[in-house]
Design a protein around this ligand. Structure first.
Ligand SMILES: [Zn+2]
Length: 465
């Protein structure tokens, strides 16, 4: 019997993992890390509900850690097959997975020094060496052409417009001469945005698993340029620092692109910008190599690196913990970008501990802040925050710039779903917190009249039924 099981990203926006079984073979779609509340992150430490050694293949929609960050662990726990991803996703994972491991090693080390870990001694979920081992399993698949994994599974990727390499996967599942087409949306991007392409429509699906991160709201329509310019000028004038929790890759480049443009138009001052990540590197080359995914036009000067549209004029990449600490002594107005994007761990915590108590400073929340994360607490107006076991007063200005979101909002998700020429037998809403998924379920029923389900953890269905 063919079966699809929800192993993550149900009732939450992290831990994306869907197990597809047919003809005695197992294909895992995405292999994400759970982030946020302990009840969720504990699942990263529990054994998977199925033995990793029995999974034949993994295929990835895109490189974000909530879709790939469990790969080093699953390989360590016995997965031996290929991990299929397109070139851009593979290259991004080469940056993101060791970065994720670094952050976990640093967090574990820090917890050991301060003595506050739940594990004794504090352990990282995986190490940099284990991340490198997982990368050995990667095999490149075409950006858009259909790719046959086995007689049971053929994958057709389309551009999801969310980050470089991001795809929706249309998977044809075959067993005993019967076939069914299941579409995994991955994370759906936005329409008419700077840099990335629009999400591509897909015509046919028997079943759809669609993300619903922002299924309960629409993003503000005003310009992200104006919003960012206003904050930067306000904070620079009062002599503060701006802390931006951001994913190492993707969001950071969109932010940098907009900041750069504002600098060039002299709408904001040229502030020192610290990109603080163990793997902080200039990823402009990735955008130059993968032009198929975006609308940036690079001049010859830009391609050779003399002029970089994806970095501010005064950018500093900090790699070592020592360099990271030195940012603490910067007292002039500056921008600090660091991971994690939801303040759930990593170096951003040190910067927040240092900058939150001063009302001259600001924190820009430019991405989704999941339930149970420090980012969500700040978004909700917490007056104090617990960081590394210490109580920190929150006096800095906390602002949200949701125009930056790399996720489709309610209207954009409906637009993407409307690209299908016929209703699916069932639409499953995944990758959304319960309120967002349930609200979007109502919207889909009202506007598209499709059968919609919000699945629970470990639910399954037969795509050939
Ligand atoms: Zn994503």
């Amino acid at each position: 019997m063919a079966k699809i099981t929800f192993l993550g990203a149900v009732g939450a926006v992290t831990g994306s993992k869907y197990l597809v079984e047919a003809g005695g073979k197992r294909l895992l779609v995405d292999c994400g890390l759970f982030q946020g509340p302990k009840a969720l992150t504990q699942r990263n430490w529990d054994r998977l509900p199925i033995d990793p050694a029995t999974i034949n293949w993994i295929v990835l929609t895109h490189a974000h850690i909530d879709h790939t960050g469990y790969l080093p662990r699953i390989v360590r726990d016995g997965f031996r097959g290929p991990i299929y991803a397109n070139a851009a996703t593979r290259e991004l994972c080469e940056l993101l997975l060791p970065d994720s491991a670094h952050l976990q090693e640093e967090d574990a080390l820090f917890a050991m020094k301060k003595g506050y870990s739940q594990h004794k001694p504090p352990l990282p979920l995986y190490t940099v060496v284990e991340a490198q081992q997982a990368l050995q399993h990667f095999q490149e698949i075409p950006r858009k052409d259909p790719f046959t994994i086995s007689p049971q599974f053929t994958v057709k990727p389309t551009d999801a417009g969310h980050i470089l390499g991001s795809s929706s996967l249309q998977i044809t599942i075959t067993e005993n001469g019967k076939s069914s087409v299941v579409v995994f949306s991955g994370d759906v991007g936005r329409y008419n945005q700077p840099i990335l392409n629009d999400p591509e429509p897909i015509a046919k699906a028997d079943y759809i698993l669609c993300e619903s991160t922002y299924g309960d709201r629409d993003h503000p329509k005003d310009s992200p340029y104006d919003a960012i310019a206003a904050i930067v000028n306000r904070v620079a004038k009062r002599g503060g620092a701006i802390v931006i929790p951001a994913f190492a890759v993707g969001r950071t480049q969109t932010l940098m692109y907009i900041l750069r443009q504002l600098e060039e138009r002299q709408q904001i001052p040229k502030l020192p910008t610290y990109v603080d990540s163990p793997m902080a590197i200039n990823v402009t080359g990735l955008y130059v190599r993968h032009k198929e995914d975006h609308s940036l036009q690079f001049t010859r000067e830009e391609e050779t690196g003399n002029h970089d549209p994806l970095n501010t004029h005064e950018v500093h990449m900090t790699r070592t913990p020592q360099e990271s600490k030195q940012i603490n002594s910067v007292v002039t107005p500056c921008l600090i970008l660091s991971a994690s994007g939801m303040c759930s761990g990593g170096r951003i915590l040190h910067h927040l501990a240092r900058r939150l108590p001063d009302s001259r400073n600001a924190v820009i929340l430019a991405g989704y802040q999941a339930e149970g994360t420090l980012g969500r607490q700040l978004q909700d107006g917490a007056k104090a925050a617990r960081i590394h076991g210490e109580e920190i007063a929150v006096r800095a200005e906390i602002t949200e710039v949701s125009q930056f979101s790399a996720h489709a909002d309610r209207g954009e998700l409906i637009r993407w779903l409307s690209g299908f020429t016929a209703p699916p037998k069932q639409l499953y809403l995944v990758h959304g917190e319960p309120a967002a998924a349930q609200a979007f379920r109502g919207t889909v029923q009202q506007q598209l009249h499709w059968p919609v389900t919000v699945p629970a953890y470990l639910d399954s269905f037969d795509p050939l039924a």
